[in-house]
Design a protein around this ligand. Structure first.
Ligand code: HEC
Ligand code: HEC
Length: 209
């Protein structure tokens, strides 16, 4: 078989790039095996991990330790969702690690803020916290640009759909989502946010790049 030289370079370049990503991931998995297993996921999370429905989270570029922890939580029932829970049941530990590494390797989509009028309030809360209610500043854990922290399993928030983020903050606040475990980090923080805070923060993080 003859291949054009330029094609060959592209293929070699891609192989190199994906090898580097594997080496960097904190989860021991194969992006190639994850890609092969990801077909069913694309129906909701999009062909490249960026979903079209604002209620379905983007998972492209999310850190692998966090993705893995959430897939395990859906499977063991500590996090539930009518659409996602059944999906996780079919996954082995190996599948989950491979999928985590694969989705981490994909580029996150850049989006704009959901609502311009909310930027100031969202930014003040995200960067400075809520002094009266003693809610911690989000950037302390999720980073100034919302990239998260893979080693600590703090999820990236940047570019996430505002509707999804708002649903999660509301779920932490009500205690419906308990995946923050014994530390109750997010439940305690979200309990101190009111509806307008949640709307502003969700809009603000959607615009982070
Ligand atoms: C039928 C639609 C659907 C399919 C198919 C699906 N998901 Fe999901 N997934 C969802 C929804 C909806 C949520 C958000 C649940 C919630 O609101 O808590 C979600 C959440 C997640 C999360 C948590 C994201 C976060 O930021 O916390 C991960 C990781 C995930 N899905 C991975 C996968 C993988 C991997 C597959 C394929 C094996 C898959 N999903 C297939 C609908 C789907
Ligand atoms: C002390 C560290 C810390 C601080 C401060 C913090 N978070 Fe979190 N956040 C976490 C951790 C850890 C998780 C993952 C918990 C889990 O697994 O459910 C998380 C999860 C989330 C999620 C769920 C993401 C997803 O993809 O489902 C959202 C949304 C979120 N945080 C928003 C915020 C906002 C907004 C603030 C500021 C008001 C904030 N966080 C402050 C540590 C923190």
């Amino acid at each position: 078989m003859k291949m054009k030289l330029s094609t060959l370079f592209t293929v070699a370049g891609l192989a190199l790039a994906s090898t580097q990503i594997h080496a960097e991931s904190l989860v021991d998995g194969s992006a190639d095996a994850g890609k092969a297993r990801a077909l069913t996921c694309t129906a909701c999370h999009g062909a490249e991990g960026n979903s079209v429905s604002p209620m379905w989270p983007n998972i492209a570029g999310q850190n692998a330790p966090y993705i893995l922890a959430q897939l395990q939580a859906f499977k063991d029932g500590s996090r539930t969702d009518p659409l996602m829970s059944s999906q996780s049941m079919m996954l082995s530990e190996e599948d989950m690690a491979n999928l985590a590494v694969y989705f981490e390797s994909l580029p996150a989509a850049a989006q704009s803020v959901a609502d311009e009028a909310l930027i100031d309030r969202g930014e003040a809360l995200y960067r400075g916290g809520n002094k009266q209610e003693e809610a911690a500043a989000c950037l302390a854990c999720h980073g100034p640009t919302g990239r998260g922290n893979p080693a600590a399993k703090y999820p990236a928030l940047k570019g996430q759909h505002a509707a999804y983020t708002s649903k999660q903050l509301t779920a932490y606040a009500s205690g419906a989502r308990t995946t923050d475990g014994k530390t109750r980090i997010m439940r305690d923080i979200a309990a101190n946010l009111d509806k307008d805070d949640i709307a502003a923060l969700s809009s603000y993080v959607q615009g982070l790049q």
